[in-house]
Design a protein around this ligand. Sequence first.
Ligand code: HEC
Ligand code: HEC
Length: 343
Amino acid sequence: MQYGLFFFVSLVFFGFTGVNTYFDISKEDVELKIPKGFPKPVYTFKNNKLSPEVFVLGRRLFYDPVLSKDSTTSCASCHQRIAAFAHIDHALSHGINGLIGKRNVPALQNLIWNDAFMWDGGVNHLEVQPLSPITNPIEMNESIAHVIVKLKADPAYVAEFKKAFGDTTISSERILKSLAQFTGLMISSNSRYDKYINGEDTFSLAEKRGLELFREKCGTCHKEPLFTDNSYRNNGLKPDTSLKDKGRGAITGSESENYAFKVPSLRNVEMTYPYMHDGRFRNLSQVLDHYGSAEKYGANVSKEMYEIGPLSDQGKKDIIAFLRTLSDKTFIYDRRFVDPSVK
Ligand code: HEC
Ligand code: HEC
């Protein structure tokens, strides 16, 4: 009975005040903590001082469809938290008006260690990156000028910008900086793999064998601890004749980089299916079949691909067992990144 009454009272209290500590962000929540063993980040927040208010504004914008032309599509429509901010089950991204994009939605994690973004590295700054989806006609199809008009018309946003930046000016710079604080703090470093490396957890025999094989066959490109070396490689996929996506080659104009794509991090890879820039593989078993197969397409396939050689069924299973240790529940369920509008 007493608990019932307490529950009722708190319901009324929270209902009136709108206070819900679950979504509160403290100064400590926005401290940049470089995980043990990680290199120095590329994006350091030096010109974008971390603060709870700016982070909260970035979080609100990330989850708000107001950034799209018809207010249907938010960043989070494509970048789902439960999938490490990739899009579960969609091979190609789905944008405004049900339009289908031409690439698979990548996970958002450890972005401050990226020297460039997108599957082809076409964007080189975390703060500039959101302009691409906002203005892309098949993603959010909006202009930043019109986003500003809409935000200015919303008193709640005007108040939040004032809280975050000291005055009510709403500018593209402020929008982009706040989004960068939110996405930049998405750091995944607490998987079982990390605990194993730090001596806080043990691996099964299969996981140990998987890690060893992984280091031998995959580790040059998917380099620890970020599981990417930030390079662009052709890993021998058969070019998709309908999408005709030349990847890095289309950015640099260099033929030798045609069909090379950014080496994606494999952290949380268990959750980010389907796989590859076009989402062609539904599961990790198909990915391992590709790596273990002799069929490699293209003149510029990375030499490491030929060094992998055939993989036994046991070897594939072991690598997959290891890859699953990269899942980071603390990251997926981190309350800082939860959609605040569901409270
Ligand atoms: C319609 C789906 C869609 C929406 C909406 C969307 N994204 Fe993306 N996002 C993608 C896709 C697809 C890519 C990969 C694009 C490419 O490689 O060309 C991507 C790439 C990114 C990357 C680069 C990740 C990396 O590791 O290179 C970041 C960061 C990002 N999005 C953040 C955002 C933010 C912030 C928003 C909201 C302003 C947003 N996205 C809205 C689909 C979407
Ligand atoms: C020569 C460098 C290289 C090597 C070696 C390599 N990969 Fe990759 N990997 C890539 C590139 C590049 C991509 C993205 C290709 C694309 O989308 O077109 C990729 C994509 C992947 C993906 C899909 C991730 C996602 O989010 O879509 C997985 C899983 C993967 N690799 C696992 C492995 C495993 C396991 C091995 C070892 C058996 C391995 N890779 C070896 C370069 C490499």
